[in-house]
Design a protein around this ligand. Structure first.
Ligand code: ARG
Length: 460
């Protein structure tokens, strides 16, 4: 098949080279954006008197027909026929409407076109990802709202540390996701400028109206330099960086769910619909979804590394290296969307084993800080109270006891400042209820945290 750029060439492209060079297999997913951009461009060309209005009507009608046929599955984008989606649409158009189709590419280059299409595509996908993140935040809030009183151990170094609630733990993730949304919004606003009109690299001699095209396509500005316009892929890198951070959050949460599902923790049980079995071990119920999310995080980091690496040595302006932006960015987008689609319902349907959480909280001396604080509040300097409590813990470990099961005499043997009210002070529910500082796990305080996130969600 003769290429669109056939004039200068005496030979056909080698078949292997053709497949190597062609991107239509993956960039065909931008078909709608390519058509949308071409319609805006043709409309502008007509308004500026650069091409006849009559041709503009034919072009728009032709492109709409192609769009309908693509959506009806009537067009097969094979690399034997088309190099990329931009050539494919122009070729199809010219086959359908003849000379008018050949006028579409006036005052435009493919570098221009791919810069636009990718921007439009990424913009649309960011909005979808954003909605999925919000959906997951909703799910976390729903579960958290039911567990503001569910005491569990909080950990540092994966050692039981101080008592918190399950709601408090989940709201930590809701806050991370809120920042992810802010990052996505920032990416959207940073990329909100039209590249089209940059030409191949050096603009054009035609009297184009870039502001009109920007308005047609929903951009609030036009890119200010044509070399930058055709070779900027910052927004793909920014998006992949944002998605890497988002995946890091999902991966940390997945890691925790995996641990919570184990017999060692048994804090939650996943719904059967959101877990998998073993081919040989009949008893197994595995948190495969979480393991996949944890694993796929590496894939998204890989996309970021791919983009940063191939972009770092590209001279101005467009170079074909940039075609590598597609598969990496698309894969990162698909991966994140798939992960968000499974993790939200997995959370909504899981069973929280509150008794197991509470029992775990009872072991590991997680009320030791509260015991020291008790003495401090009675007047002992904190460092001394810390030491006295440490001695008590050591004594408990030797005697196989807990702070709650020590007798008052045993307490008093350490310091007579201990009185009967120590049992109330170190009771786990007291420990949680009294941690009322902003950001703390006290039920009222977590209810406030929940409201902050719920208000944020309601404002979207
Ligand atoms: N398929 C190309 C890409 O994805 C489109 C731009 C090609 N331009 C060029 N002059 N070869 O980057």
């Amino acid at each position: 098949m003769a290429k669109m750029w056939a004039g200068r060439f005496q030979k056909e492209t080698d078949a292997v080279v053709n497949d190597f060079n062609s991107s239509v297999m993956f960039d065909c997913r931008m078909y709608a954006e390519d058509i949308q951009g071409s319609i805006a461009h043709a409309t502008m060309l007509g308004r500026q008197g650069i091409i006849p209005q009559d041709d503009v009507h034919k072009i728009i009608e032709g492109l709409q027909g192609i769009l309908a046929d693509i959506e009806a599955g009537k067009i097969h984008f094979s690399p034997e026929l088309y190099e990329d989606i931009h050539m494919a649409n122009e070729q199809l158009l010219t086959e359908r409407i003849g000379d008018a189709g050949k006028r579409l590419h006036t005052a435009r280059s493919r570098n221009d076109q791919v810069a636009l299409d990718m921007r439009l595509y990424v913009r649309r996908e960011i909005k979808e990802i954003r909605a999925l993140v919000l959906g997951f935040m909703h799910a976390l809030c729903e579960v958290a709202a039911k567990h503001t009183e569910t005491v569990m151990p909080g950990y540092t170094h994966l050692q039981r540390a101080q008592p918190i609630t399950f709601a408090h733990h989940l709201m930590a993730y809701a806050n991370m996701l809120k920042r992810d949304v802010r990052r996505l919004d920032d990416c959207l606003s940073g990329m909100d400028a039209l590249p089209l009109g940059s030409g191949a690299l050096a603009g054009t001699t035609y009297p184009i109206d870039r502001a009109f095209v920007a308005e047609q396509l929903g951009f609030s500005a036009v890119m200010d330099n044509s070399l930058d316009g055709v070779s900027d892929r910052d927004y793909c890198i920014e998006l992949c960086a944002d998605l890497s951070i988002l995946m890091m959050h999902l991966s940390r949460l997945s890691e925790e769910v995996i641990a919570w599902c184990s017999w060692e923790f048994k804090f939650i049980e996943l719904d059967d619909a959101y877990s998998t079995g073993s081919s040989i071990m009949p008893q197994k119920k595995n948190p495969d979804i979480c393991e996949l999310i944890r694993g796929k995080t590496g894939r998204v980091y890989g996309a970021l590394t791919t983009l940063l690496t191939f972009m770092k040595a590209i001279p101005l302006a467009y170079n074909k290296d940039m075609q590598e932006d597609k598969e990496a960015t698309f894969d990162a987008i698909d991966t994140v969307k798939n992960c968000l689609r499974v993790i939200a319902p997995m959370f909504r349907t899981m069973t929280v084993l509150t008794e197991n959480m509470k029992n775990a909280a009872k072991r590991g001396f997680i009320n030791a800080t509260d015991c020291a604080d008790y003495l401090t509040k009675k007047g002992m300097p904190f460092r001394d109270a810390y030491k006295a409590t440490g001695t008590l813990v050591h004594y408990c470990i030797e005697q196989g006891k807990t702070l709650d099961t020590l007798s008052l005499d045993e307490y008093k043997a350490i310091t007579p400042m201990f009185e009967d009210d120590v049992y109330h002070a170190i009771d786990l529910s007291t420990c949680v209820r009294e941690r009322r500082s902003i950001g703390g796990p006290a039920p009222d305080e977590v209810a406030r945290q929940l409201k902050v996130i719920e208000d944020f969600l309601a404002a979207q």
